[in-house]
Design a protein around this ligand. Structure first.
Ligand code: PAF
Length: 278
C-alpha cells in the first residue's frame, strides 16, 4: 500500500493512474477503523481499479474540543488493517496540509443542516462538507463510499455534490452490526463493559419500532421508543425521530420512504443509529 501525507504527492500519483485509465474508489475516514470501514473498502474494491482511503481526524467538524482530543488515533493498527483489506493508497495528511491558518467556509446547505444531528452538533456539517470538498478536490475519485450509519451525513454530502457540481458517484453502504445488534462505530471503543450492554437498547428499539410500524401511528411509536430508551440505565436520549429518507424532514403516516434515527449518550459516549422503515 502506498502511503502519502502530502497533497502534492497523492495528486501526482493519482493523476498518473487516471492517465492510465484507472478508476478510483474513495473511502474517507477519521481512522479507528472497524469492520464497517472495511466493508466500504470491499465495496470500493469491487467496483474500481484502485482504492484510496483517507485517515484524517478533521478538527472543523468537532464542536466539542474534548471530543476532538479524545478521538482515537490508532494509526499503526489502522494502517495494517488497510493493508490486510487490500487498500491500494492511504492518504494521511497532518492538519496543516489540509487547512491554512484562518480559513472560512460556509455552504448554504439549507434546513437539513439544522435537523437531527444539526440541533445537537451546531456547525458539524459545515466542517464535514468543508473537509469532504477538499478531499474530493484532491483525490477526484470516480466513486466515494460512505456508511448508512451516518445517514444524515450521507444526505448532506449528496447536497454538497449537487451544489458544487462534483463529478463523483456517491454510494451508501449498509450499517454493519455486532452480533448483538450494536452498530459498528469508532466511538464504541469508549464504551465500558456496562455501557456496551446498555447501548443495545438503541438497536433493539429501532428493530422493535420498525416491526411495529405498520400497525401503529407515529406519535404512539415515538412515545414508545422514548419510554423504552429512557428506561435504560445510563442512557440519555437526545432524539428518536421518523424522517423522510430524502429530505430528513419529520415524517408522517403518508411519507413514502421513512428512516428512523436515534442519538443518545451512553455513559460518556454519544452514539447514533438508524433504520430504514419502508
Ligand atoms: O464519517 C466520517 O468519518 C467523517 O465525518 C468524514 C466523512 C471522514 C469527514 O471527516
Amino acid at each position: 500500500m502506498k502511503i502519502f501525507t502530502t497533497t502534492r504527492e497523492v495528486q501526482d500519483y493519482l493523476a498518473d493512474l487516471r492517465n492510465n485509465g484507472k478508476t478510483t474508489g474513495f473511502v474517507a475516514t477519521m481512522g479507528a477503523l472497524h469492520r464497517g470501514h472495511l466493508s466500504l473498502i470491499a465495496q470500493a474494491k469491487q467496483h474500481n481499479n484502485v482504492v484510496i482511503c483517507s485517515i484524517f481526524v478533521n478538527p472543523t467538524q468537532f464542536n466539542d474540543p474534548s471530543d476532538l482530543e479524545k478521538y482515537p488515533r490508532p494509526i499503526e493498527k489502522d494502517t495494517q488493517m488497510l493493508i490486510d483489506a487490500g487498500c491500494d493508497i492511504l492518504f494521511n495528511p497532518p492538519v496543516n496540509e489540509m487547512y491554512a491558518a484562518h480559513e472560512h467556509w460556509h455552504l448554504q446547505l439549507g434546513e437539513i443542516e439544522h435537523l437531527l444531528e444539526g440541533k445537537f452538533r451546531p456547525g458539524h456539517y459545515q466542517g464535514v462538507t468543508q473537509v469532504v470538498y477538499k478531499l474530493f478536490n484532491i483525490i477526484k475519485p470516480d466513486a466515494a463510499y460512505f456508511g448508512q450509519k451516518d445517514y444524515q451525513q450521507f444526505m448532506v454530502i449528496s447536497k454538497l455534490v449537487v451544489l458544487m457540481h462534483l463529478p463523483v458517484k456517491l454510494v451508501m453502504c449498509p450499517i454493519l452490526r455486532e452480533d448483538d445488534g450494536l452498530a459498528m462505530s469508532s466511538r464504541n471503543i469508549h464504551l465500558t463493559a456496562e455501557d456496551r450492554q446498555h447501548s443495545l437498547v438503541l438497536s433493539k428499539t429501532l428493530f422493535r419500532i420498525r416491526d411495529e410500524f405498520d400497525a401503529n401511528n407515529i406519535p404512539a411509536l415515538l412515545d414508545e421508543a422514548a419510554a423504552f430508551i429512557n428506561a435504560e440505565t445510563g442512557v440519555s436520549l437526545e432524539y428518536f425521530e421518523f424522517a423522510d429518507s430524502e429530505t430528513l424532514q419529520p415524517a408522517n403516516q403518508n411519507t413514502k420512504n421513512i428512516v428512523a434515527l436515534v442519538a443518545a449518550r451512553v455513559g460518556k459516549t454519544r452514539l447514533i443509529d438508524n433504520i430504514l422503515i419502508n
